[in-house]
Design a protein around this ligand. Structure first.
Ligand SMILES: [Zn+2]
Length: 291
């Protein structure tokens, strides 16, 4: 399995932390019917997106993107040593897979110039910080961390009502260390990196587009979780904060990139996770690109 894609003047590495069963398809996608699942079971299993008991299989990963000017981490996955009692596979884990993945991509923590989070959910901020002498410190000592303002403000308000552990242990320490850039939608890094607002999964969710003068690659975060939702964009998932907006955003995003050369790097599709968007009936497929 190739973990590297080259497109335009970008080199993109996948850093996989886990690829595993997540939730029953019928639970995660509340409007999915048993009949529609049955119609799609064969190809989903062939794509390793569904297991034999109808659990959806998701990949949990980050992407490292090398532009001619910068090395950028898109989303920071699950992290170690973090109390996540509701998710046994993530709770207080101590494995070396993420750091081994970085090393395999030829990157050290000191090489990362920017960490960019599509949104601030638990599996997208985890490696923002690591535990050092009982304190959470930024994992990437030379990086600026980019958070969209709408997203940061939303979680600031949520956390004021009820403590949001991943915000407290993986976002606020970055702010305290003066490493955060809370940015609006016109933020860009040079002529290679831009923001595409994609609300719905969370109110301030954004995608990131990379490439000089055109979108060679786009990082879609959690605007779509499973290839089944590409096929049927109206299927929102139960953790989408605004399910109707999420569905509208999902279809508009897939339509925008359908039959273009842009490589869509999904956060959670099973390996190889990245591909070009093609039309499939009234929906879409993500056609794998060879590394
Ligand atoms: Zn996610």
């Amino acid at each position: 399995m190739s973990l590297t894609v080259s497109v335009g003047d970008l080199t993109i590495h996948r850093i996989i932390e886990q690829e595993t069963t997540f939730l029953p398809a019928l639970d995660m996608l509340p409007t999915l019917t048993p009949e529609l699942l049955a119609e799609n079971r064969t190809w989903l299993r062939q794509a390793a997106a569904l297991d034999a008991t109808d659990l959806l299989i998701l990949c949990f990963q980050s992407y490292v993107v090398k532009t001619p000017h910068h090395t950028i981490l898109v989303d920071s996955c699950i992290g170690n040593d973090k109390p996540r009692p509701n998710r046994p596979k993530w709770n207080m884990k101590t494995d070396g897979l993420f750091m081994q993945g970085l090393a395999a991509a030829g990157v050290s923590v000191a090489d990362i110039d920017y960490v960019m989070c599509t949104h601030l959910h638990v599996d997208h901020v985890g490696w923002n910080t690591r535990l050092e002498n009982g304190r959470w410190v930024p994992s990437f000592p030379n990086a600026r961390y980019v958070f969209a303002k709408g997203e940061f403000d939303y979680w600031t308000a949520q956390n004021a009502k009820t403590e949001v552990p991943p915000f407290v242990d993986s976002v606020l320490p970055v702010v305290a260390a003066d490493r955060a850039e809370i940015v609006s939608h016109d933020f860009a890094i040079g002529d290679h990196v831009r923001i595409l607002p994609t609300p719905g999964h969370t109110p301030g969710h954004v995608a990131f587009t990379f490439g000089k003068g055109k979108d060679d690659a786009v990082f879609s975060g959690d605007l779509v979780h499973s290839p089944l939702q590409a096929r049927y964009p109206e299927l929102s998932m139960k953790f989408d904060v605004d399910q109707a907006t999420a569905a509208t955003t999902r279809r508009a995003f897939l339509e925008r990139y359908c039959d273009t050369d842009t490589v869509c790097c999904t956060a959670h599709f099973p390996s190889p996770s990245a591909g070009r968007i093609k039309r499939w009936g009234n929906g879409f497929a993500c056609e794998a690109v060879a590394g």
